[in-house]
Design a protein. Structure first.
Length: 94
């Protein structure tokens, strides 16, 4: 990844966490520099997990059919927008 799209973090973790992560990386043949990739992947998964949990909680009171209707409506809307965008960016195709 280009360095102009990267942000430097300074973080503190327990000694136990440090040893556990570095041991895991070493067992998999990864190098010291792979720690940043590992952390970014872990953070992305955690953000995704929390987002899914929040979405489930927000829609927990909906009946399954009503939720499926909302999903279908949103999916159809996005597909329609993508088709329109694709049609306007592809010369000579409609």
């Amino acid at each position: 990844m280009p360095t102009d799209t990267m942000t430097r973090w300074t973080v503190k973790v327990s000694k136990e966490t440090d040893i556990a992560v570095r041991t895991l990386l070493a067992q998999r043949g990864l190098k010291k520099g792979d720690l940043s990739k590992f952390i970014e992947d872990a953070v992305r998964w955690r953000v995704f997990d929390q987002t899914v949990t929040e979405a489930r909680e927000a829609f927990a009171d909906l009946e399954p059919d009503a939720l499926q209707d909302l999903i279908n409506e949103a999916t159809n809307s996005v597909r329609h927008e993508l088709r329109q965008t694709w049609a306007t960016t592809q010369p000579g195709k409609r």
